[in-house]
Design a protein around this ligand. Structure first.
Ligand code: PEP
Ligand code: MN
Length: 353
């Protein structure tokens, strides 16, 4: 990390960037309120730090050991930024701002009628962002893979419903990109690109998605430790895209016998991650529990843990959903969840003041 002097000129910054490039690395230039910080992206072992420390305008050149320095609190502190999550603006919605954000909608987009009816319901319930999978990651090739599996025309049609529903009910929309070949198409239709738990490790997908310069929501792999999760988020930041929304969605349960939940929602990860990074973190109690009867409690608990929002699967008739019906709640239930979470959030804010 290269810290520039307070009065460093643009030419001095550009000179440092050129020097970094000479070593085959890339530079992440961040201009803070008080100073400019340049993060090196790449294999730093090639870099003679003493050489950089004496370049004009440089205050300090330092080695940062963490594998996720660009998204670390250390980085934002050097820039003199406040100790709050980065606020990611999507349309009129702020993720990481003063209010928790609720993303809701079906697991999968099944038809225009289904999506519009759910979109209307979740909007009335108080949701801010509409979700719906078009390319579904499924454990069995014999199960419904999302309308996107029908071919490019079907994929585009489903994505256009998502966009239309978002416009009609005034909600930004999010959908999952399951593979690199889907990145360009999906980015044309949605406001936030979702990278699912199963693809958290796909660095080529992360890189391609990051380059679309749209916010990316990265879900934690169910076997990933926190450091690993943040290290993969760093791949997005390394492309110059720091509009990254993290999402805790449960890790693999341990022990013999039935675990009674689909995954284990790791709620301590929420405040632990907030100590490490300025990125906002949401929780997904739907995929974590796999049980609609646990959504209310785990939603409240996630907000109490400090999550900047929730992703909740919603359907007007969960029994008829083609995917994940067992964990979906109705728009009426969603409304109760949102209201309870907002009350808990207000209480927490009051306590902290
Ligand atoms: C989803 O949100 O649609 C999903 C499949 O979640 P995850 O990647 O967390 O399993
Ligand atoms: Mn689902």
């Amino acid at each position: 990390m290269i810290i520039m002097k307070a009065g460093a000129t643009d030419a001095e910054v550009a000179n440092v960037v050129e020097e970094i490039k000479k070593y085959g690395l890339r530079a992440d230039v961040s201009r803070g309120e008080f100073r400019t910080v340049i993060g090196l992206v790449g294999d730093e072992r090639k870099i003679p730090f003493s050489h950089f420390a004496v370049l004009p305008g440089v205050k300090e050149a330092m080695m940062v050991e963490t594998p996720y320095k660009l998204i670390s609190k250390e980085y934002s502190k050097l820039l003199g930024e406040e100790d709050e999550p980065r606020v990611i603006k999507v349309g009129n919605i702020s993720i990481g701002g003063d209010e928790p954000v609720f993303i809701a909608g079906p697991c999968a987009v099944e038809s225009r009628q289904q999506l519009f009816r759910i979109a209307e319901g979740v909007k009335k319930a108080g949701a801010h962002i509409l979700r719906g999978g078009v390319f579904k990651p499924r454990s069995s090739v014999h199960s419904f893979q999302g309308l996107g599996a029908g071919g490019p025309e079907e994929a585009e049609e489903a994505l256009s419903w998502l966009r239309e529903a978002g416009q009609q009910f005034e909600m930004p929309v999010i959908t999952e990109i399951r593979g690199e070949t889907q990145v360009d198409l999906v980015a044309d239709y949605v406001d936030i690109l979702q990278i699912g738990a199963r693809n958290m490790y796909d660095q080529d997908l992360l890189t391609r998605a990051a380059r679309k310069n749209k916010p990316v929501m990265l879900k934690r792999h169910f076997g990933a430790g926190i450091e690993e999760f943040l290290s993969f988020a760093e791949y997005i930041a390394a492309e110059g895209n720091k509009d990254i929304i993290l999402c805790e969605r449960g890790i693999i349960p341990i022990g013999k016998g039935k675990s009674y939940t689909r995954y284990t929602l790791d709620l301590a990860a929420v405040p632990a991650i907030q100590k490490e990074t300025y990125l906002p973190i949401l929780a997904d109690p739907s995929h974590a529990t796999g049980r609609r009867d646990l959504i209310f409690n785990m939603s409240c608990a996630s907000i109490a843990a400090g999550a900047s929002g929730l992703m909740i699967e919603t359907h007007y008739n969960p029994a008829e959903a083609m995917v994940d019906g067992q964990q979906m709640i109705t728009p009426d239930e969603l409304k109760e969840v949102i209201q309870a979470c907002q009350s808990i959030h207000r209480l927490l804010v009051k306590k902290q003041k």
